[in-house]
Each structure stands twice: as C-alpha cells, then as structure tokens.
Write a protein that binds this ligand. Structure first.
Ligand code: AMP
Length: 209
C-alpha cells in the first residue's frame, strides 16, 4: 500500500515520511528533493529549475514526472509519494502513467495556515541525513549542525518568507480540486497536522491498520 502525502509546504510531510522510512520500511520519494538534486548538478535543466523554485513557482509537469518515474519501483517497494501531485493535472498523470492499479491511500495533512509560515521560516534541513529541524520546537543540539550526520544545516532559499507566501498561494489554487479527486475515489484520509510530530505519527499508524 503506497501513501500519497498531500498538504501545504511546512505541514510536516517530510518529517513524517522520514519516520515512516526509518520505522515502517517505506521508501520516501520527494519531488522537491529530486528537483533540488538536479539543481545541485548545475546542469542547464538544473538552472532552469532553480529559477522556478526560488520564485516559489511550479516546475513543468513533464520534467517532474520524468524525474519521479525514474526514481520509483512501485511494484517492488511501498512508497511515500511526497510533493506530487500538486495540481489536478498531476493527479491524472499519477493515476494514468505511474500508479495504474497499485493500491494507495492519499493522506491529507490538515494544518492551520497561520502556523505554516512560522514553521517554514524556522525550518532547517540536513540534506544528507534527511533530518528536518525547527529552530523553536526541535532545534539541533549544536547550533547549525545536524545531530546525526554532523553536516551543516541549510535554510532553503525558498523557505524565506516572501517566497513562502507565493508557494502558499499556488498551493491554495489547487488543493480543493486535489482533495475532491481523491475523495471521489474514496481514497482520502485526513490527519490533524497541527499536532506534534509524535501525535501525527500515531494518526498515520492508525490509517495503516
Ligand atoms: P517541496 O520540497 O515539496 O516544498 O518543493 C519545493 C519546490 O519544488 C516547489 O515550490 C516547486 O517549485 C518544486 N516542486 C516540487 N514538487 C513539484 C511538483 N509536483 N510539481 C511542480 N513543481 C514541484
């Protein structure tokens, strides 16, 4: 059973995916991470992607789908799909080109928008270990350094307040249609993502039973 994580930036999808990967044997594939690794290569595609990400805009569907599909073996492992779909067109692409008849649940991370900006601007990430910190609620032991890998923590350029507002605007434009899509298929499950990471994890565990 695959899980499709749906929710605003900063709703905790990455944090929960990391736990499910460690504790429950899921593979985690995030389109945002895949796109950022393409940016890190500094290829011409990477530079084009960087400009879109830095402005909080969406990358075109075919680029994201290509990257996504070449990193999935849906018939071999159970996956958390994080960051895709982000539009109704991507819902259709995912169903027709990737999932086919694979079993899945869509998990919607519901969270009050007021909390989101605060969560994101205080987010710091460790790209290698995948650990996500929050400077207020879950800071690292040593300032600016990952507890697990010792690598330097990063404040993503698109986690700065002005860009976050644009990302949220784009999110708001599509979320209702996406929820409707999965609700009509009776695949939609909601979790209260304003709770602590431990309590959100417990809610997801109940969905897996
Ligand atoms: P995330 O790490 O999921 O917050 O994604 C960071 C950025 O990557 C987004 O703001 C978009 O610019 C881009 N991105 C990630 N997933 C997608 C997607 N499914 N479609 C288009 N752009 C995406």
């Amino acid at each position: 059973m695959h899980l499709i994580f749906i929710g605003a930036p900063g709703s905790g999808k990455g944090t929960q995916a990391d736990r499910l990967r460690k504790n429950d044997g899921y593979y985690h594939v995030s389109t945002g991470d895949l796109l950022r690794s393409e940016v890190a290569k500094a290829s011409s595609l990477g530079l084009r992607i960087k400009e879109l990400i830095d402005n909080g805009q969406l990358v075109d569907d075919s680029t994201v789908l290509d990257l996504f599909s070449s990193n999935l073996m849906l018939d071999k492992h159970k996956y958390i799909l994080d960051g895709f779909p982000r539009t109704i067109n991507q819902c259709n692409l995912l169903a027709d080109k990737l999932l086919h008849d694979q079993p899945f649940k869509a998990v919607y991370f519901e969270v009050d928008e007021g909390k989101i900006v605060e969560r994101i601007v205080n987010r710091r990430v460790a790209p290698k270990s995948g650990k996500i910190y929050n400077l207020i609620f879950d800071p690292p032991e040593v300032d600016g350094v990952c507890d697990i890998s010792g690598e330097k923590l990063i404040h993503r350029d698109d986690d700065k307040e002005e860009v976050v507002k644009n990302r949220l605007k784009i999110y708001r434009e599509s979320i209702a249609e996406i929820l409707d899509f999965y609700s009509k298929l009776s695949k939609l499950h909601r979790v209260d993502a304003s709770e602590s990471p431990d309590l959100v994890y417990d809610q997801i565990q109940k969905l897996l039973k």
